[in-house]
Design a protein around this ligand. Structure first.
Ligand SMILES: [Zn+2]
Ligand SMILES: [Zn+2]
Length: 414
């Protein structure tokens, strides 16, 4: 997928969005009124969730920032972007991990003998994930793995039915992620077989509205999918002016880290990055220098935060205090606007004044005692400059970052 070439929404995407909107309206109606025909028992009705595993500790891990969608010279439409150039750049801006996700169809599915065996795929500081962009007639998905896997198997089943694809995905034990889910090359497979969704593709924040809508629809219908970012950058800085291509100007606006996906990993290893990505302790910011958006909740009102974004727990059946904090450099005295989304709908708007170590705001709400509830936040405000990709700030606009949700009563065996 070429990033700047698909700003226009196709008619199909519009129809699709309309259908999804309609679905969520009907869904909301069904959940709020829950009419039950006389004598009918719905085996799928909300039930007590007594098997939710305890959440992981809030301390002892490490925040890592990275890039999850990037193309090197092994993708045919990329230019001036050997792996060595990408990794040297990542190191220079403090990016901790990267998945180079070349198009598998450009190498007949054989990423194992192309991207992965490229002698340049090595780093003394950046964690490297094994991955590829699964590039099919029904759209694109990224695969992430801490170790090599048999990608050819996934390539071979790309046109099969979802039950076949899902079985192969499970057998390979990989993390599958829906790429740029709306518009051209949208992910046209079942979301039941993905672990995450690319809710923020490239530096152009404004074109992600439909991706966010699809994410909220999937979350509202019980699918606990992690929202992640990816620049989808294809083009690097030429070594000499005569090597420039018509796409070379993109590198000033869109490159590694636009946006940046932050994961709270148990350890600094590729497997811990994947695990964090799967469990959802993740946020996305416009660039690596913007403040990290963190969402926590205090379940028993003792002033101590108990869980964070990505965590799922049983609703305490009483008010919960939530905390949104910005970790990193903020502009002293500037206003950051926090939008809270509850079950896909706007819940409230709050402000944080920039400055100090971790400026924050708190709000309180009571998640339903029975049935699912989720809360996520988006933060807008002044961007921190990203001098290495100087034109990205203008295209990200005011969007600083997105948290993943805090979940209540989600079925762990969904
Ligand atoms: Zn793509
Ligand atoms: Zn791509």
């Amino acid at each position: 997928m070429m990033i700047f070439g698909r700003c226009k929404q196709h008619l199909f995407a519009k129809l699709f969005s309309f259908a999804l909107t309609l679905t969520s309206v009907i869904g909301a109606f069904a959940q709020s009124t829950e009419p039950v025909p006389p004598g009918h028992v719905n085996p799928w009705a909300p039930a007590e969730q007594n098997n939710i595993p305890p959440v992981a500790p809030l301390a002892g891990g490490v925040w890592l920032k990275g890039e999850l969608h990037m193309h090197s010279r092994h993708s045919k439409e990329s230019s001036n972007n050997p792996i060595s150039k990408i990794l040297a750049f990542c190191k220079s801006v403090g990016i901790d991990y990267i998945a180079i996700t070349d198009h598998d169809n450009h190498v007949g599915g054989d990423v194992a003998h192309n991207t992965w065996t490229d002698p340049e795929l090595k780093s003394d500081s950046v964690l490297l994930l094994y991955g590829a962009e699964w590039t099919t007639t029904r759209g694109h998905g990224n695969v992430f793995s801490a170790k090599p896997y048999d990608h050819q198997k996934l390539y071979d089943v790309r046109d099969q039915r979802d039950v076949v694809v899902g079985a192969i995905k499970k057998q390979l034990d990989v993390h599958l992620s829906a790429n740029h889910p709306s518009g051209k090359d949208h992910f046209g497979y079942s979301y039941d077989m993905v672990n995450s969704i690319e809710v923020w593709n490239s530096c152009i924040w404004s074109k992600n509205a439909n991706a966010i809508m699809i994410w909220d629809d999937m979350l509202s219908s019980g699918r606990k999918l992690t929202g992640r970012g990816g620049s989808d950058a294809h083009h690097g800085v030429p070594d000499s002016p005569d090597q420039a291509t018509k796409n070379t100007p993109q590198v000033k606006a869109n490159y590694a880290g636009t946006p940046t996906t932050w994961v709270y990993a148990a350890t600094r290893t590729p497997q811990a990055v994947i695990d964090a990505l799967t469990n959802g302790r993740v946020c996305v910011t416009a660039n690596p220098y913007d403040p990290r958006v963190e969402l926590y909740a205090d379940l028993d009102q003792d002033g101590k935060m108990d869980i964070m974004m990505g965590d799922n727990t049983k609703s305490p059946g009483k008010p919960v205090k939530f905390r949104v904090q910005l970790n990193g450099t903020t502009t002293q005295g500037a206003t950051y606007t926090v939008s809270v989304i509850k079950n896909g709908n706007p819940f409230g708007t709050y402000t944080i004044t920039g400055g100090g170590k971790t400026p924050m705001v708190e709000f309180t709400d009571s998640p339903a005692g029975l049935g699912r509830t989720y809360y996520r936040v988006a933060v807008e405000g002044p961007q921190n400059p990203y001098p290495q990709v100087p034109e990205s700030m203008a295209l990200s606009g005011n969007m600083i970052g997105l948290s993943n949700p805090i979940f209540f009563n989600f079925d762990p065996n969904f």
